[in-house]
Design a protein around this ligand. Structure first.
Ligand code: AMP
Length: 319
């Protein structure tokens, strides 16, 4: 299936260590290179459980990518039933877990994180790639140190546009982070990722999701998204600068062409760290801790939704 993959057993060159995690169609384990002693994360995919076209897409995209804020793929091994992707091992945990673990968290810290995410998104879009599933779970720290880079992971939903293609239509994503134009069945482009970054930054500073209430079914979330119905609740936003709210408001814009691009966001004074306040955000950390707990409880049930589920929910909205 993959001409460029190594056909020998992965265990010849890499020693399997413990399991790191699992996704919908893959198990991720730690492996050590037998010669160099270097550790890697190996994503093992059962080829029978995933369409060849979809698998090829993820692998092709990973092969193309080389950026400090994106998890790198080092090697590929292919057996009869399984494909093993040898990836850069990250050990710093998820962005939102670190926010609640470290002693102090401020707008300056948030701006530094979002800047790295935007740099990766700018690189992806410059290479004709749309991630399509940016969410807190896919933002990982390289290592536990203070100077660790953030890395974007999981390109399972990403698409590479063909050279003359500028837009696409497939309906997919994760409830809460999906852009209005996707829900409305319109043609869309990389600006869907900027919407998701806007949602992520909103949660990073407000501690709650802009389009989800306590009672929210997916259909209700979608209804709010297509109207861009959210507000900066003063109870949670009074300590946050107007500059931070300004950049969020310019990302959460219904019309994709009026939404800031990754490059424009990187030029925003708040993202550059100029307008960001360096005061500890205690209330926000408490809210993010609650958000994390809710998110992990929902786990797989609240994961990625396919085109059918999303279209059904949208039809329900129209009734
Ligand atoms: P994925 O299917 O790519 O979402 O991966 C499933 C889980 O495996 C993630 O939630 C992580 O816990 C873990 N994982 C994936 N990639 C890596 C990596 N490069 N380094 C460390 N852990 C990883």
């Amino acid at each position: 299936m993959f001409a460029y993959a190594q056909k020998e057993s992965i265990e010849k060159r890499y020693k399997p260590l413990g399991q790191l995690g699992s996704g919908a169609t893959a198990v991720v384990k730690k492996y050590q290179h037998r010669e160099t002693g270097k550790d890697y994360a190996v994503k093992t995919i059962n080829k029978k459980e995933i369409q060849e076209k979809i698998l090829k897409r993820e692998v092709d995209i990973l092969l193309h990518l080389s950026h400090d804020n994106i998890i790198k793929m080092h090697d590929i091994y292919e057996g009869t039933n399984h494909l093993h992707l040898v990836l850069e091992l990250v050990t710093g945990g998820e962005l939102f877990d670190r926010i609640v673990k470290v002693g102090t968290y401020s707008e300056v810290v948030a701006a530094k994180a979002i800047q790295q995410i935007l740099q990766a998104v700018q690189y992806l879009h410059g290479n004709g790639i749309i991630h399509r599933d940016l969410k807190p779970e896919n933002l990982l720290y390289a290592h536990p140190g203070d100077d660790s880079a953030i890395k974007i992971a999981d390109f399972g939903m990403s698409r590479m546009l063909k050279p003359d293609q500028v837009e696409m239509m497939t309906c997919c994503g994760t409830p809460g982070y999906v852009a209005p134009e996707v829900l409305l069945g319109k043609m869309y482009d990389g600006q869907v990722d900027l919407w998701a970054v806007g949602v992520i930054l909103f949660i990073m500073l407000g501690g709650y999701e802009p389009f989800a209430g306590d009672d929210s079914s997916d259909a209700k979330i979608y209804q709010r998204i297509i109207k861009c119905e959210y507000k900066f609740d003063e109870d949670y936003w009074k300590d946050i600068t107007l500059s931070a709210r300004d950049v969020i408001a310019k990302m959460l814009v219904l019309e994709p062409k009026s939404r800031l691009t990754a490059g424009q966001c990187l030029d925003h004074p708040w993202v550059k760290g100029l307008g960001a306040k360096d005061e500890h955000l205690e209330k926000c950390v408490t809210k993010i801790r609650e958000f994390n707990a809710r998110r992990k409880l929902k786990g797989g049930i609240y994961g990625v939704i396919g085109a059918n589920a999303m279209l059904q929910a949208i039809r329900k909205l129209a009734q």
